[in-house]
Ligand binder design. Sequence first.
Ligand code: ASP
Length: 330
Amino acid sequence: MKATPVIAIHGGAGTILRQAMNAETEGRYHTALTVILSAGQRVLADGGSALDAVTEAVRLLEDCPLFNAGHGAVFTAAGTHELDASVMDGATLEAGAISCVTRVKNPVLAARRVLDVSDHVMFTAAGAEAFAAAQGLEFVDPSYFYTEARYQQWQKARGTSGTMLDHDATTKFAFPNGAGDTNDAGDPIDPDKKFGTVGAVALDASGHLAAATSTGGITNKQAGRVGDAPLIGAGCYANDATCAVSTTGTGEMFMRMLAAYDVSAQMEYRGVSLAEASDDVVMNKLPRIEGRGGLVAVDAKGNVVLPFNTEGMYRGFARVGEAPVTAIYR
Ligand code: ASP
């Protein structure tokens, strides 16, 4: 029997900001996640591909200022926005990615065009923008990515540059320049301890898997720094034979761990379940190198997992024909 099509998304992981926990702010996040899951679910219900469903879900997450991707992306140390995105088709193992773009409105659409039309897998910076322009994608003035909340958080991050943003005594990780992703002031997850990348994974009616990931990176990141999100195998991976994975967290550790691919490889080589493989990566292997964050993943049987080793992760999933399920905390 064929598994029911399903989509799962994340909007970043981090430490819960206890004083911000109130019904109203939580409600905004639940609503955004539900609306976006419903859109992805519709694509799947209409017989659309997993690839189309994840592309659409991540496009909507990029447009939503609550999340650190597209509109609402974080600031670099230079006061700019540099965006990264990737997408992978589990049916063909084709992939597309772009990094360090500053004017492409929806980076995930550029990544998707790379997958669809290019012989290459990844373009960066000026070359990526030239590719996107040649594909007729929408460009915006860099000010489009500006949000006041992100600006304030950048100012705060700059003030602590070179030190750890220590609002959480249990948190050992800090980027070398003190950067940590930040989100808007009403964010239930501590803005200084949150990784706000967005991502989606899906299984479609034909049994195909796909994954997509998009990010502004980490607040106050050095110009030119690229994290795991656009790297196939680190922040994004899909293979019909195993699973589809999208990650969020301390990108450098996810890169060193090839986190997304490791979930797939453990299933393939060790023959373990999706749950066991993803748990090992998120709860065991990443913490060993102080990797913080989580992932969403789905396998060809329709099993969905959303593990994270932080206090919270914006997340949810929706099976066709069923109400979307969303969550923030453990
Ligand atoms: N993984 C992303 C990066 O390192 C950050 C995030 O998940 O928010 O760029």
